[in-house]
Ligand binder design. Structure first.
Ligand code: 2ND
Ligand code: ZN
Length: 364
């Protein structure tokens, strides 16, 4: 008999999250309250209806239209207190979902509309993560949250944001990213920033291979030197399917170098990167043993959580605890914190918890 994995058990088990946007994960009720304070007009002020509105509006099949929904989250995150609240709630919500390690990203340059400067934005978010993490630990659900600073790829502030990230590397920022519309904005536009980060021995990921294909992934890795790929789903375009799939040179390089893919199944369906979860390349990429990780991207826009993304994989591909542990360890191995700290979470938190499920009574 095949034991089914219950959703409540997925929530309990420790999870690691590498790709989650702060401005894509607000609670709908918080958006409503902050919008009232900021006099920002929303499509609806009923929290439940607003939650549905975000998911429906993001179900556009286009990354550009998906990104339009962020006007209603970024619009209410323009003060230190709102940023701090959103960050605190983010840490609490992730911890409540059983996430033990998270890297949460945001773009400081988008939060300057009401007079904050870049440093004040970062300080407010980190204070919120620290508060939320302390509350979560007190509630018995400890979590470690690191920040990734994102620069918007259509803008021209990446060097400044990279320097900001390095300034905060010992106080809560663990890496750098670029995000935003991909087509027409290749990562090489930001080469100076990436070269600067490499000279500083710092870490970065690049959104690539989501709305645009192989050239974007190739540039991100071979020109820019990305440690990880944000999404990277289009790497399948370099794999010839069949009983013995054949990897092209780029796909082989990504697999050989163990470059982590930050896959986000629900988001990928919403932006049209893949037609459905069942057709999501995660199945093939896992079979071929790429360094696959599973992530939420934007919990509000996808109405999702880490547990829900994992439950989708359990339901669609029949994954068991062994596969969920593999995904979790892959993520933890790929984190931007120091190696010894990654190992500590793997050995002391992740392996013991999954080990109990894999060997204890009621095991799958
Ligand atoms: O999946 C995404 N691809 C590209 N850009 C994205 C994605 N999700 C969020 N963003 C953008 C919109 C946010 O305002 C920004 C910073 O989090 O990053
Ligand atoms: Zn993203």
């Amino acid at each position: 008999m095949v034991a089914t994995i219950r959703y409540e058990d997925i929530v309990q088990v420790p999870k690691a999250l590498l790709h989650d946007h702060l401005d894509g994960g607000l609670r709908p009720a918080t958006v409503v309250e902050l919008a009232a304070e900021a006099e920002h007009e929303l499509p609806t002020t009923d929290p439940e209806a607003l939650g549905r509105w975000f998911v429906d509006a993001a179900n556009s099949g286009s990354l550009e239209r998906y990104l339009e929904t962020f006007a209603h989250t970024v619009g209410v995150m323009q003060t230190a207190s709102s940023l701090r609240r959103v960050a605190r709630e983010c840490a609490l919500d992730l911890a409540g979902d059983g996430v033990v390690y998270a890297e949460v990203r945001f773009a400081p340059e988008l939060h300057l509309e009401r007079g904050l400067n870049l440093d004040e934005v970062v300080a407010a978010v980190i204070a919120g993560f620290d508060e939320g993490s302390a509350l979560a630990a007190a509630a018995g659900t400890p979590i470690r949250v690191g920040a990734l600073l994102t620069a918007m790829r259509h803008a021209a502030r990446s060097q400044e944001i990279a320097e900001l990230a390095v300034r905060y590397r010992d106080t809560g920022v663990v890496g750098f990213d670029i995000a935003g519309a991909e087509a027409g904005f290749p990562p090489t536009r930001h080469l100076d920033a990436f070269e600067y980060l490499q000279r500083e021995n710092f870490h970065f990921t690049i959104h690539a291979g989501e709305a645009f294909g192989l050239p974007s992934i190739w540039q991100a890795i071979q020109w820019c030197g990305a440690d990880r790929l944000g999404h990277g789903v289009r790497i399948v375009d370099d794999i010839t399917p069949g009983p013995e799939p054949v990897l092209g040179r780029l796909a082989a390089y990504v697999r050989d170098k163990r470059i982590p893919l930050e896959l986000c199944p629900s988001s990928n369906v919403q932006t049209g990167a893949t037609p459905s979860i069942a057709e999501h390349p995660i199945g093939l990429l896992r079979d071929l043993r790429f360094r696959v990780t599973v992530n939420t991207d934007n919990r509000l826009m996808s109405g999702t959580s880490m547990s829900r993304e994992m439950a989708l994989l359990v339901d669609t591909f029949g994954y068991g605890w062994r596969e969920l542990q593999w995904l979790t360890i892959n993520a933890m191995k790929s984190a931007f914190i120091p190696f010894d700290q990654r190992l500590q979470i793997i050995d002391e938190v992740i392996k013991p918890a999954y080990g109990r499920l894999l060997t204890g009574p009621g095991r799958p």
